[in-house]
Design a protein around this ligand. Structure first.
Ligand code: 26A
Length: 340
């Protein structure tokens, strides 16, 4: 059996820790952000990983945004239905990621680097905020040729999910999958992932967005898109931004999540909003990975050919399950989605 849903992203191991605003200030980090550090430049932020690894309350958890979504989709779809492409090293971190994928039912389609360590992300939690600091490591060395090794699975897949973070790694790999999706009429879903993607990877985004049939982003990524692409509308006008992304593409849907505010869904036919179901604050453990879980639940619904509004509700349902766990994880217990 071949996976129905194929995902592509950057496999990372998360070092998650509850920390303080003082610690964030030491490295001039924002409390809710995602940034990259470059291991080859003498970036002082590289020290964060060693410091966090030694903190008494640190937890090592499977991460990587699209990989979190893949595990989420598999939580709903079951074993063998979801495949995940990305690049890892040969070390304990990748062993842990493979194990987590295996137990979640995700088929790991890893490209393995002999001499580069698996990527890592320090997930610095302060209250309900998280600051993500990433050293991509091996994840940065994914090459489109690796897709060829599993092309039979690509051809057998029904649909694709691309983490926008991968735009920093291999736009060529995204285009390769995008072309296949376009030629075969399969859904091709892209997530903008973080404000720095539209900000600093504008050309890569421009190259890949035409293949997307569905674009998922949150309100701050939407605002970053509006600014980076010089849109004349307000950066808070989600419908106007979505219309700009869509242009005249009748085959494109834009989904903007907006925290507890309604989710805004736009096509060339118009715009609709969907209420979120807020979770009691006392039940929230941490919101790291909430957006990934939303995408995972959404993709599971799409894989099951559910109507768009059900897919969105499934995304919100899975996100609410995930924020009751530590990090981008899902309950051990198997809950089943029932239509709200
Ligand atoms: C390229 N960058 C910066 C990244 C990431 C990333 N996943 C892929 N590429 N930076 C953070 N993450 C992941 O986001 C999840 C939370 O949404 C973290 O590993 C974390 O699991």
């Amino acid at each position: 059996m071949s996976p129905s849903l194929i995902c592509l992203g950057n496999p990372l191991l998360d070092l998650q820790v509850d920390t303080t605003l003082e610690y964030l200030a030491k490295y001039e980090l924002k409390s809710n952000d995602a940034i990259l550090v470059d291991a080859s430049s003498n970036d002082p932020k590289m020290a964060i990983f060693d410091e966090v690894a030694k903190m008494p309350n640190v937890k090592f958890i499977a991460g990587g945004a699209a990989q979190n979504s893949a595990r989420g989709a598999a939580y709903v779809l079951g074993k063998g239905q979801v495949g995940y492409f990305g690049s890892v090293g040969k070390d304990q971190f990748s062993d842990k990621l493979s194990e987590e994928n295996e137990s979640a039912g995700v088929v790991s389609l890893y490209q393995v680097q002999e001499k580069i360590g698996t990527g890592k992300c320090a997930a610095l939690i302060t209250g309900h905020d998280r600051s993500l600091v990433t050293d991509l490591g091996a994840a940065n060395h994914f090459t489109p040729e690796h897709l060829d090794k599993h092309w039979d699975q690509v051809e057998a897949a029904k649909l694709f999910y691309i983490g926008g973070f991968h735009l920093t790694v291999s736009p060529a790999a995204i285009v390769k999958l995008g072309k296949h999706a376009k030629e075969t009429g399969k859904p091709f879903v892209m997530n903008l992932s973080a404000p720095f993607i539209p900000q600093f990877f504008k050309d890569a985004l421009k190259e890949c967005l035409p293949y997307a049939t569905i674009v998922i982003a949150n309100e701050s990524e939407a605002a970053a898109y509006a600014e980076s692409f010089g849109l004349t509308c307000e950066t808070t006008d989600l419908v106007a931004i979505a219309k700009e992304i869509i242009g005249t593409d009748a085959n494109k849907t834009v989904i903007f999540t907006h925290g507890l505010e309604p989710t805004v869904v736009t096509t060339t036919a118009g715009s609709t909003t969907f209420e979120v179901h807020p979770l009691e604050k006392s039940k929230i453990v941490d919101t790291n990975g909430a957006g990934d879980a939303f995408a995972g639940g959404f993709m599971a619904g799409l894989t099951q050919d559910k109507p768009l509004e059900t897919c969105i509700d499934m995304g919100q349902w899975l996100a609410s399950l995930s924020i009751q766990e530590v990090g981008p994880s899902y309950p051990k217990e198997k809950f089943t989605y029932t239509k709200a």
